[in-house]
Design a protein. Structure first.
Length: 270
């Protein structure tokens, strides 16, 4: 498994296929495996990178120097530098889109395309921020994602109609239940506070290249509703695609639709 040491910690990533490079940046509380359907399809024509957030998957703990999503964007650039990759198309879902926009603003010359999925770069609405912070405090205090918290957190990521006995739902629930106290306190909770306490980037969306940017959102995404996606697309001046029958992790709830949309977008970029 490939790693690169960034800010003193091992950053884990998948590197599969060959051709123009696509960087997949995933959701908080999910590792790179969330992109399995897209990695399988895209790597037939492209070089696909997918990284694990700090404290997620096989990456090391959140480096002490990491205090904001701007740092995460800088760390992703360090990975590209390490691999000698000049340009990528970045596909960022949820927090992946939040730091993906920061990478695009920091180093626009490194992107030939940007897809923002189920994400929002404005500030978290205050009631929601306080609510998420209270959940994080409970996790920090107990050192676990207890059963009553799993009942709250897991449904947030899926469309309301999902079968709670499905493998997708149950595997995610089990992954959260298995997180050890050290990882939760050192990485997961601080990363959550960084994500939900982020500063506002909406005013800078007009700096992005509208011709090489696409916004996507699950039609039933609860934490990041389509109205937010449409607001960002309007500010950027780019298309907005609504993914049918999908919640927050739209690429796994409707993988065929998302993969075909990405392939079409990539074909136009490369």
């Amino acid at each position: 498994m490939p790693f690169v040491i960034v800010d003193g910690q091992p950053l884990h990533y998948i590197d599969q296929g060959s051709g123009p490079t696509v960087l997949l940046a995933g959701s908080y509380l999910w590792d790179q495996a969330m992109w399995a359907p897209q990695i399988s399809a895209l790597s037939q024509q492209y070089r696909v990178l997918a990284l694990d957030l700090w404290g997620h998957g096989q990456s090391g703990k959140l480096p002490d120097s990491t205090t904001s999503l701007d740092d995460v964007a800088r760390q992703a650039l360090t990975l590209l530098d390490h691999l000698g990759i000049d340009q990528v198309t970045l596909v960022g879902l949820s927090v992946g889109g939040m730091w993906g926009v920061r990478l695009a603003l920091l180093a626009p010359q490194r992107l030939n395309g940007l897809v923002l999925m189920d994400t929002y770069v404005g500030v978290e609405p205050e009631p929601t921020r306080q609510y998420y912070f209270s959940l994080l405090k409970q996790i920090e205090d107990s050192g676990e994602v207890a059963a009553h918290l799993l009942d709250i957190v897991v449904p947030i990521f899926f469309r309301p109609g999902i079968d709670p006995q499905s493998a997708l739902y149950q595997d995610f629930r089990a992954s959260l239940a298995a997180l050890p106290a050290g990882r939760l306190r050192e990485s997961i909770v601080p990363m959550g506070r960084m994500t939900f306490g982020r500063d506002d980037q909406l005013a800078r969306l007009g700096e992005l290249n509208s011709e090489t940017t696409l916004v996507m959102c699950g039609d039933q995404d609860k934490p990041r509703p389509p109205s937010e996606a449409q607001e960002m697309a309007k500010l950027i001046g780019c298309p907005c695609v609504i993914v049918p029958e999908a919640g927050h992790i739209s690429n796994l709830e409707n993988p065929g639709f998302v993969t075909q949309t990405l392939l079409k977008f990539l074909a136009e970029r490369n």
